[in-house]
Design a protein around this ligand. Structure first.
Ligand code: HEM
Length: 77
């Protein structure tokens, strides 16, 4: 089944500030981190939601395994 498509602007609104939802994009997919304790305060170790963080992953200590158990809610247009 096709995932819903969202624009960068729609993603940008879900930064935990404009709207309560906290979304991030990684490799073209959008993940809802609203209920994650690690993203709760609207930032994640200096990384801000509401944007594509694909490039920033290389600065993290954990790598892509953190996405293995997550189900994307949409795709970035
Ligand atoms: C300095 C940079 C970062 C640090 C220190 C950091 C640290 C952490 C820690 C400690 C966890 C939870 C434990 C674990 O699974 O390892 C975690 C989870 C996670 N991180 Fe990062 N992270 C960083 C950057 C990033 C970036 C750039 C992204 C996105 C591309 C990201 C995405 C995630 C995701 C999706 C989870 C899983 C959250 C969950 O399942 O609730 N992190 N991170």
């Amino acid at each position: 089944m096709d995932l819903p498509q969202y624009t960068k602007s729609q993603l940008a609104l879900r930064n935990g500030s404009e709207m309560d939802e906290i979304w991030i994009a990684f490799e073209g997919k959008i993940y809802d981190m609203t209920s994650s304790v690690y993203w709760k305060k609207g930032s994640h170790y200096g990384n801000f939601p509401g944007q594509d963080l694909t490039e920033e992953l290389s600065t993290s200590p954990h790598g892509r395994r953190v996405f293995e158990n997550l189900t994307p809610i949409g795709e970035l247009k």
